[in-house]
Design a protein around this ligand. Structure first.
Ligand SMILES: Cc1ncc(C[n+]2csc(CCOP(=O)(O)OP(=O)(O)O)c2C)c(N)n1
Ligand SMILES: [Mg+2]
Length: 665
């Protein structure tokens, strides 16, 4: 322990004072958790966490994750007290107000010291698992000199109750992530009251059964906290430290009750807490000797950072390490240009899931940052390549993760890896199970991470597995998530193009919706000298086939339905009706095009017809009120794919008459 308890106590009370005062000023927020965990956090930050407040993005810093994100004032207090450039004391005064980086829950894009966005309970811990995986992987590649840090988590009862906790700790235990330490705010209180209202589980036994080391401490006894953290660091397994705490500790009449969880204490109780804590300073004022002690906490980390920088300078791996941590965008185009050229000359009929595997071949060979995986569907998602060997507890240098049947855990871990840096993760499951991990996909988007989701079996085209496995609403509902690019490529070349795009948007995650069934190659002409600069999918939607006769119809389709759109257009042309076909692999990228481009591709003087084997809701924005939307608005059925497409009306025989009727109406 760096300081004796008599000096630590006022430091911890500074967290309590800032937290209750900020919540009071906002008249909203959660004072209980920061007040309860102030002592534990003080021991962690003054004696264990490796951090340099002057270099929040230093690659070898320890990662600190406040999984119990509602206790955001804990991390804001710590960042201010230890001397990060932000938040300032004014930012804290403006806690939860528009424009303050001290948002209701910690947001990674608002403050440098916030490693990930937390608030959806359980996901912080699950992202920390990904960060710990990233650390071990990079350590295996670059050695202790360059990569040697821990991942620390503060989690609450809620984080441990959530289902994702099971997935996350199972993965961490299996991978023996010994540098992951979870400090559990074991206050036995949640919003509704005592945890025994809803839980009688032996949490420690569950962690032990999962391969974790478990210890406990009195979360208000500095020496005992210190002992537990030492124990956690020494044990080779991931550690859970059950810190017995009193929620809202210091608020004499409310501590220990759910009343302090998520409401301002009120003037009288704040005054009583000041009295109890012996805190005489005005709100938002930290006495200088206490602040000085806090500012010292970062000194060892600064020194460690300096020593690390010296080792990096002297390392023969400096160049490789630096490029490992840099954006991969410039590597992508060159890695697959030759492959696409070859496709242009030698067309291939393959499922787009297979096309994805084919594109991943050269991409994973050329880009060491790519770490793949699947939630137990490797052979179906086609996510593994010869360059990606398994990442295991015995050898973390591998670049392929067998996540097990843990879709949510996988998605959260990928967020953690991406946020850690040095890794660009991609992972697969069936598109139908995007719902299982949807909130982590949403957090990829909110946190601006470039995670790539490989979601195969993207429609009724998967056939016999039936409606439980057939996505209907999924493609469209994923399009609803802001800052998420949803790709549905039509053939082998578009699939490669979509991969190239997904890997060059480091602040926007991507979902690749891929078919189980084979699709003919529709592209190739003009793609012989392919480069990222003429990636046609980059416009999101483009004219794939131009009308020969006078244009009356534009058929816009995605993925497996583009082939059908081409057949419909052929039949219309045979009757003298000019028809364009627009392939729209990414609606989000199309929407971002200039108005003139969009007006040219989807002109107002033609009948616009959409074809997508999924929900029609939303297609009206492209087809207008007088267009036609071909899709599926019911559940699918179990049958061979061909029979299903016929049954649900995805044939030229069913579609062309509808177009003719409309034209003649
Ligand atoms: C996934 C999810 N469900 C529900 C909530 C709403 N919520 C926020 S805090 C909380 C209770 C958490 O209890 P605990 O982790 O013990 O925190 P404490 O009350 O001890 O601070 C709930 C239900 C949430 N943020 N995330
Ligand atoms: Mg609790």
């Amino acid at each position: 322990m760096s300081l004796e308890p008599a000096r630590l106590q006022p430091m911890a009370n500074a967290i309590r004072a800032l937290s209750m005062d900020a919540v009071e000023a906002a008249n909203s927020g959660h004072p209980g958790m920061p007040m309860g965990m102030a002592d534990v956090a003080t021991v962690l930050f003054t004696g264990h966490l490796k951090f340099d407040p002057t270099a929040p993005d230093w690659a070898d810093r320890d990662r600190f994750i406040l999984s119990a994100g509602h206790g955001s004032m804990l991390i804001y207090s710590l960042l201010y007290l230890t001397g990060y450039a932000a938040p300032t004391i004014d930012d804290i005064r403006n806690f939860r107000k528009l424009g303050s980086p001290c948002a209701g829950h910690p947001e990674n894009f608002l403050l440098d010291g916030v490693e990930c966005t937390t608030g959806p309970l359980g996901q912080g811990l699950a992202m920390a698992v990904g960060m710990a995986m990233a650390e071990r992987h990079l350590n295996a590649v670059y050695g202790d000199d360059l990569v040697d840090h821990r991942t620390w988590v503060i989690a609450g009862d809620g984080c441990l109750m959530e289902g994702i906790n099971h997935e996350a700790i199972g993965l961490a235990g299996h991978l023996k992530l010994g540098r992951l330490n979870v400090l559990w705010d074991d206050n036995r209180i949640t919003i509704d009251g005592a945890t025994d209202l809803s839980s009688s589980e032996d949490i420690k036994a569950r962690y032990i059964a999962t391969g974790w080391h478990v210890t406990e401490c009195d979360g208000h006894d500095f020496a005992d906290i210190e002992r537990a953290l030492q124990e956690a660091k020494a044990d080779p397994r991931p550690s859970l430290v059950a810190c017995r705490t009193l929620i809202g500790k210091g608020a004499p009449n409310k501590q220990g009750t759910s009343g302090v969880h998520g409401a301002a204490l009120g003037g009288a109780e704040v005054a009583a807490a000041r009295e109890t804590l012996g805190w005489t300073a005005e709100p938002f004022v930290i006495p200088s000797e206490i602040l000085a002690d806090w500012r010292l906490a970062g000194e060892p980390g600064r020194a460690a950072h300096g020593a690390w920088a010296g080792r990096l300078e002297a390392s023969e791996k400096k160049g490789d390490f630096t490029s490992q941590m840099a954006p991969i965008g410039s590597l992508v185009g060159p890695a697959i240009a030759g492959y696409i050229d070859d496709l242009a000359r030698n067309p291939k009929t393959v499922a787009t899931r297979k096309a994805s595997e084919m594109a991943l071949g050269p991409l994973t060979a050329a880009i060491p940052q790519l770490v793949g995986g699947s939630a137990d569907l490797t052979g179906s998602n086609n996510t593994k390549t010869p360059s990606t060997l398994p990442m295991t507890a015995e050898d973390y240098s591998g670049r392929y993760v067998y996540y097990g049947i843990r879709e949510f855990g996988m998605a959260a871990a990928m967020n953690g890896m991406a946020l850690h840096g040095g890794i660009v993760p991609y992972g697969g499951t069936f598109l139908i199970f995007s719902d299982y991990c949807r909130n982590a996909i949403r957090l990829s988007a909110l946190q601006q991470t470039g995670v790539v989701y490989v979601m195969t079996h993207d429609s009724i085209g998967l056939g016999e597995d039936g409606p439980t496995h057939q996505p209907v609403e999924h493609v469209m509902s994923l399009r609803l998530i802001p800052n998420l690019n949803v790709y549905r490529p039509a053939d082998v070349i578009e699939t490669a193009e979509c991969w190239a795009l997904a890997l060059t948007t480091p602040e926007t995650p991507s979902v690749l919706c891929l078919t189980r069934q084979n699709l003919p190659q529709l592209r190739g002409k003009g793609d012989e000298n392919w480069s990222q600069a003429n990636n046609r999918s980059a416009q999101g939607g483009y004219r794939l086939r131009e009308a020969t006769a006078a244009r009356k119809v534009v058929i816009v389709a995605t993925g497996s339905e583009v082939e059908l759109a081409m057949t419909c257009a052929d039949e219309l042309e045979a009757q003298g009706i000019g028809a364009d076909v627009v392939s729209m692999p990414c609606a989000e990228l199309f929407d971002a095009q200039p108005e003139a481009y969009k007006a040219d591709v989807l002109p107002t003087d033609a009948l616009i017809v959409s074809i997508e084997a999924g929900s029609t809701l939303g297609w009206e924005r492209y087809t207008g009120r007088s267009g036609i939307n071909i899709g599926i608005d019911t559940f699918g059925a179990s049958a061979p794919a061909e029979d299903l497409f016929a049954h649900f009306g995805f044939t030229a025989e069913a579609i062309v008459p509808q177009i003719l009727n409309k034209l003649n109406a």
